[in-house]
Design a protein around this ligand. Structure first.
Ligand SMILES: NC(=O)c1ccc[n+]([C@@H]2O[C@H](COP(=O)([O-])OP(=O)(O)OC[C@H]3O[C@@H](n4cnc5c(N)ncnc54)[C@H](OP(=O)(O)O)[C@@H]3O)[C@@H](O)[C@H]2O)c1
Length: 224
């Protein structure tokens, strides 16, 4: 794989750009209440998030690209509903995108069906050999910052730095010695809190990983 250009501690493209218009989270988003969550992508990561977030008490719907009848029953085993991708973002408080990185921009239109104040969480990682090469990222743009621009919404980055088998099998109750931590990045501190709360509910400590501009450190091959 060709070496990717990485500039340590750079003044990021994020810092040079005005912030994507965002919203303030309401208390409801951070108080642990049952939330309506749409998960787009029901593969290795999405099906586990569907299972664990439903088990945590949330109202979860989950979609893939092929239709509800093809969703792995594991994703639905704790109460989540299988829906069409076009419906996944409608009438939800949180949308979790869990699809290949290069498929996310094309989902922007469907995502526009989400309420303006819905929170978007993304699990994706950019793999140049798997995904289409993206020149801006190869030139040094931070993956998650680029993705947020493409979809026109602020993004919380979570669950991207753990393998799917660990996500499915190594969750543990809060306070368990040796509990694995998962980094959560977002520009808004309240958004990070929400992401960390949801990470906690999937069986892992949420680690406050700061703004999106630093999230490149947790991309594959990054220094962490
Ligand atoms: N696997 C890991 O260990 C791991 C760890 C951390 C992060 N990640 C990242 O998390 C993301 C998901 O990984 P994964 O391993 O779960 O991928 P995956 O097993 O390949 O699943 C991808 C899912 O996305 C769905 N999808 C693709 N395009 C879609 C669209 N336009 N609308 C709705 N659904 C769509 C696919 O549906 P269909 O099957 O119907 O096409 C599939 O359910 C990737 O970006 C990956 O890099 C993966």
């Amino acid at each position: 794989m060709p070496a990717r250009r990485r500039r340590p501690s750079r003044p990021s493209a994020h810092a040079r750009r005005p912030r994507i218009p965002g919203r303030r989270l309401t208390n409801h988003h951070n108080d642990g209440a049952r939330m309506k969550i749409g998960i787009v992508g029901a593969g290795n990561i999405g099906k586990t998030l569907s299972r664990t977030l439903s088990a945590a008490g949330h109202d979860v719907k989950v979609a893939n690209s092929r239709g509800p009848e093809t969703i792995d029953p594991v994703a639905l085993s704790t109460g989540a509903r299988a829906v069409d991708a076009a419906d996944a973002a409608r009438d939800v408080e949180v949308v979790i995108l869990s699809m290949p990185f290069n498929r996310v921009p094309a989902f922007a239109t469907a995502l526009s069906a989400a309420p303006a104040d819905a929170v978007v969480i993304d699990t994706s990682n950019y793999y140049p050999l798997r995904d289409d090469r993206i020149e801006a990222i190869d030139d040094g743009e931070v993956e998650s910052v680029w993705l947020a621009q493409q979809i026109g919404r602020p993004v919380i980055k979570a669950w991207n730095a753990i393998g799917s088998a660990s996500l499915a099998e190594k969750g543990a109750p809060a306070g368990t010695p040796g509990r694995i931590a998962i980094p959560v990045a977002a520009d808004d501190a309240d958004a990070r809190k929400l992401g960390m709360m949801l990470v906690d509910q999937t069986g892992f400590d949420g680690f406050d990983a700061g703004p999106l501009s630093e999230s490149w450190r947790r991309q594959p091959g990054g220094p962490c």
